[in-house]
Ligand binder design. Structure first.
Ligand code: F6R
Length: 242
């Protein structure tokens, strides 16, 4: 399902079958999958507003981040551990201890990756996964060439992604080269994917993801085989769609 939000109102184009029910067993705590980066900041602001003004509560939720830089201390302002607290967790009633992220400082990164996938599974899986998209078509930090069945693991950022993310750092050289990211197979297990894209810089990646072939060369195309995926676009991000 692709939803374009424009100045003329909402344009809604349905691509795919009727969404499957979310299927979480009664009584278990809801699990959010959180993306970082600029794209979801507006969403997090709106959720915080609804928490403040409308009583929306996250008190019984748990949350898992998609990814984390390797070699950046958790406390660094640019770490995703800090980012999600600054932009979301600190503004709602989500318990800080219920927010999990891959540990990019772990001594044994491979073991940490396995532990993270196991923790997501032990929590019952992610109910709603928010995703942004990179200009090169990555989701999480699954760069082009990522296996569609991949699990949480180390990835090397492409030069394009390092340039794109340089705006968060004092100098482009400070952008880490490596990350620990949920794999495409991990992301695919979430019950509902919500991919958000805004701005013209994302238009080609969005078109490749939504209308191109399902391919490891455009990792975001993995949303095509997910039974319950929604793609939310502004007009600029939708501008390369046929
Ligand atoms: C971050 C993440 C990335 C970003 C993507 C877009 O957790 O998973 O896939 O969503 O790099 O970043 P922005 O939103 O900053 O353009």
């Amino acid at each position: 399902r692709v939803v374009r939000a424009g100045s003329t109102g909402n344009l809604c184009r349905s691509a795919g079958s009727t969404p499957a029910p979310l299927g979480r067993s009664a009584g278990s705590t809801p699990v959010l999958g959180l993306a970082t980066g600029s794209t979801p900041v507006g969403t997090y602001r709106e959720l915080a507003r609804r928490h403040r003004e409308d009583g929306l509560s996250f008190a019984h939720c748990r949350a898992f981040l998609l990814d984390e830089y390797i070699g950046l201390p958790k406390a660094a302002e640019q770490s995703y551990f800090s980012f999600i607290r600054d932009n979301f967790v600190d503004h709602v009633d989500l318990d800080d201890a219920a927010v999990f992220s891959p540990d990019g400082e772990a001594d044994d990164i491979a073991a940490e990756a396995q532990r993270y996938d196991a923790a997501i599974a032990a929590a019952g899986g992610v109910d709603v996964q928010i995703l942004g998209i990179g200009t090169d078509g990555h989701i999480g930090f699954n760069e082009p060439g990522s296996s569609l069945k991949s699990r949480t693991r180390v990835k090397t950022l492409t030069e394009q992604t390092r340039v794109d993310n340089a705006r968060f750092f004092d100098s482009p050289e400070d952008v880490p080269h490596h990350v620990l990211t949920q794999g495409l197979g991990t992301i695919d297990e979430a019950r509902h994917l919500v991919l958000i894209a805004t701005g013209e810089s994302k238009a080609d990646a969005v078109a490749a993801a939504v209308e191109g072939p399902l391919s490891a060369y455009c990792p975001a195309s993995a949303v095509q085989w997910h039974p319950h995926a929604t793609v939310l676009l502004d007009e600029a991000a939708a501008s390369s769609l046929a």
